[in-house]
Design a protein around this ligand. Structure first.
Ligand SMILES: NC(=O)c1ccc[n+]([C@@H]2O[C@H](COP(=O)([O-])OP(=O)(O)OC[C@H]3O[C@@H](n4cnc5c(N)ncnc54)[C@H](OP(=O)(O)O)[C@@H]3O)[C@@H](O)[C@H]2O)c1
Length: 310
């Protein structure tokens, strides 16, 4: 079969022949891949830089996707850490980490959307007690995951969602997705009184945001949960110690590890069905898998989520 194959962590994957997959365990089956998203996590997997990377090569990237199982059913699947991902004509899945999708769904839309939707869906379900009528700030709201976080927070009953980003043209589109307010990183004192922050940015901008927001908070004893989900601006952030003493700030993370794999899987049926039914505004760009090498570099930073189609 053909697959996207990484042979060096310094170079993009290339389209080449790869041995046929073989199922090893009783819950495993070989499936035909219909669509696999090129998420930031997949880029870091292929660069060997994700915290879960074991440094093994060669590697077929792809952490999730839409597949056809041997009985002809269409499924969304998440893969465990593996060197045989979804960017291939066929792969092996564990049926317990997949969900059957409704008839007639668009595989590209689903493959584009589930990963970015899941980031905030799982965080709000599993890392915070998210009662109704909460005020939420999405930090880094202009990317795929940030755009979905606005919609997920509203779906879960948020009273007010503030979307913050650095690109004012992209920010201007976010009210149409449900944002009540938008602001740049320099205007975050306006978001001082939120209950929950969904943070995709980290690095210097987050450290500055914390300082600006916490000093402007009306009631410093009101709980604020800061959920760290992505780190597009840097892996470390110099958080001032006073931030944790002077306000009721709690910093938590959400990702594989802080949320057990089984909890991600538990959220899948409702989440994937909502995506498949068109509950979220999805921007997807289908690209043939054969063009993986060219598309890898050319589309970094694109608003649309690239989805590779074997
Ligand atoms: N933990 C989880 O469960 C989970 C799941 C999914 C994603 N994530 C993580 O969440 C992050 C975002 O994912 P995504 O799918 O939204 O990616 P994306 O669609 O590529 O969007 C990334 C966004 O980051 C912004 N950005 C890039 N560099 C920046 C910087 N230096 N300062 C401020 N903003 C910057 C860009 O904003 P502009 O519009 O200004 O260019 C862009 O819109 C990634 O780190 C990803 O790995 C985590």
């Amino acid at each position: 079969m053909y697959a996207a194959v990484v042979t060096s962590f310094d170079a993009p994957p290339h389209y080449s022949e790869h041995p046929e997959p073989v199922a090893q365990a009783s819950e495993e089956v070989v499936v035909e891949v219909l669509a696999a998203g090129l998420h930031p996590r997949v880029r870091s997997q292929a660069a060997g830089s994700h915290y879960s990377s074991a440094g093994e090569l060669p590697l077929v990237p792809g952490i999730d996707g839409v597949v056809r199982d041997p009985k002809g059913r269409i499924r969304y699947t998440i893969l465990d850490d593996t060197v045989l991902g979804t960017m291939a004509e066929r792969t092996v899945i564990d049926l317990r980490r997949s969900v059957v999708l409704p008839e007639g769904i668009d595989p590209v839309q689903v493959a584009a959307a589930v990963n970015p939707v899941m980031s905030s869906w799982v965080a709000l379900r599993r890392r915070v007690h998210f009662g109704r009528r909460k005020r939420v700030l999405v930090l880094g709201a202009t990317g795929n995951a940030g755009r979905m976080a606005i919609q997920v927070a509203k779906r879960f009953g948020a009273a007010h969602v503030i979307a913050a980003g650095r690109d004012t043209a992209r920010l201007a589109e976010l009210r149409a997705l449900g944002a009540d307010e938008t602001c740049t990183f320099d205007e975050l004192s306006r978001a001082a009184d939120v209950d929950v922050v969904i943070d995709y940015v980290w690095g210097e901008p987050t450290a500055r945001a914390m300082e600006d927001m916490l000093t402007a908070r009306t009631d410093r004893s009101a709980p604020l949960t800061w959920i760290e989900i992505g780190s597009v601006a840097g892996p470390t952030a110099p958080i001032p110690s006073a931030a944790l003493r002077s306000t009721r700030l709690k910093i938590v993370g959400s990702g594989i590890g802080s949320v057990p794999g089984r909890d991600f899987v538990k959220e899948l049926p409702k989440l994937a069905t909502a995506v498949a039914r068109g509950a979220f505004d999805v921007r997807a760009r289908a690209v043939p898998l054969a063009e993986v090498e060219q598309v890898w570099a050319a589309t970094a930073g694109l608003t649309d989520r690239v989805v590779l189609v074997p």
